[in-house]
Design a protein around this ligand. Structure first.
Ligand SMILES: Nc1ncnc2c1ncn2[C@@H]1O[C@H](COP(=O)(O)OP(=O)(O)O)[C@@H](O)[C@H]1O
Ligand SMILES: [Mg+2]
Length: 321
């Protein structure tokens, strides 16, 4: 039976740089730092779930060995109440001597959540403690980090996982947990995860909650995503002017499957953009969808807006005949 006493993303977080899948271009440079026994200030930029935190922890483990916990301190910039808290905590941590090394690592996660003023203060803190501390910052967008910090750090850009690497990751976890994963389930996991390693592992764990055999159904159920064929059925019915039937598919997605309204609209949009309708028809539908997406963002009731959207699409048919 698969293990549900732990969160798999933590259980399978690589503890050595060499175990990291993907990001080879970065890993080899980080390994060179480890060999030197020293690192500059670093910045890891990239989308969620691609190894920013993992790379930092691996570095700390390899640089400090068993004492790594004493020399490593992690702060989330978006959780902490402003830069003052960061400063005090950093000061407290930086005050004591590093154990078994020359410096400590301070990992500041989501540094791009700090305001520009807070970043200026952070820059001064970095300067103040640079003898005993190396700062590792993570962010989604390096352009949101002020230039004086960027220029003090070596910036690494981590990329989303390509599908083949997501597949390697799924295989690895499935094997360790004794899961059988159907080919179609692999495809669904990969498609939904869109290059996010954390998301795919979480989704795999949720999909395996009922039994060790993971099917495509399980994945869609666990992800609260609409299956493309259900969406297509709903759209085809609406386009054919069959409002009530389209509506019942929509309700089953929304109510029974728990798919959110904005996701239904987003996926309708991509279905049409990538579909084979004539351009004129495509443009007409996309226009309508855009309008309803806007209303939903403004806070209008989901089910009423989806009803109205399907009604509008269904009425096109009548106008045309
Ligand atoms: N390069 C990688 N190789 C293997 N697993 C990874 C890799 N990157 C991320 N993961 C998995 O995804 C989880 C989240 O990664 P993390 O490093 O926390 O992402 P983030 O970039 O958001 O900091 C990890 O716990 C690990 O299970
Ligand atoms: Mg992280």
């Amino acid at each position: 039976m698969a293990d549900f006493t732990q969160i798999w993303t933590e259980k399978y977080r690589p503890s050595k740089l060499s175990e990291m899948i993907n990001q080879r271009h970065i890993v080899s440079r980080l390994e060179a730092f480890v060999k030197d026994g020293s690192i500059p200030h670093l910045m890891f930029a990239g989308p969620p779930g691609v190894g920013k935190t993992t790379a930092t922890i691996c570095l700390a483990r390899e640089l400090f060995g068993e004492h790594w916990h004493d020399n490593y301190f992690e702060l989330n910039a978006s959780d902490e109440r402003g830069i003052d808290v960061v400063r005090v905590k950093v000061k407290d941590f930086a005050r004591t001597r590093p154990l078994g090394g020359d410096f400590k690592i301070i990992f500041l996660d989501e540094a791009d959540a700090l305001t520009k003023d807070a970043q200026q203060a952070l820059r001064r803190t970095m300067e103040l403690f640079s003898k005993t501390c190396r700062f590792v910052l993570s962010c989604n967008y390096p352009s949101k980090i002020i230039e004086p910090i960027q220029s003090r750090t070596v910036v690494f850009r981590l990329k989303s996982f390509v599908d083949a690497d997501i597949k390697i990751l799924i295989e690895k976890v499935a094997k360790k947990e004794g899961l059988t994963v159907d080919k179609e389930a692999y495809d669904a996991l990969t498609e939904i995860a869109a290059g996010d390693a954390r998301y795919v592992i979480n989704l795999l764990q949720a999909s395996a909650a009922l039994n060790n055999h993971v099917t495509r159904e399980d994945v869609y159920e666990a992800s609260a995503r609409a299956k493309p064929e259900d969406l297509k059925k709903m759209m085809d019915l609406a386009i054919a002017g069959k409002f009530s039937e389209a509506r019942s598919v929509m309700l089953s997605l929304l109510v029974t499957k728990g798919v959110s309204g904005d996701l239904i609209i987003k996926e309708m949009h991509s279905l049409i953009v990538n579909g084979s309708l004539a351009d004129k028809k495509k443009a007409e539908l996309i226009n309508i969808i855009g309008e309803f997406e806007f209303r939903m963002l403004e806070g209008a009731t989901e089910v009423i807006q989806l009803d109205a959207l399907l009604a509008r699409i269904a009425s096109l048919r009548r106008e045309n005949v």
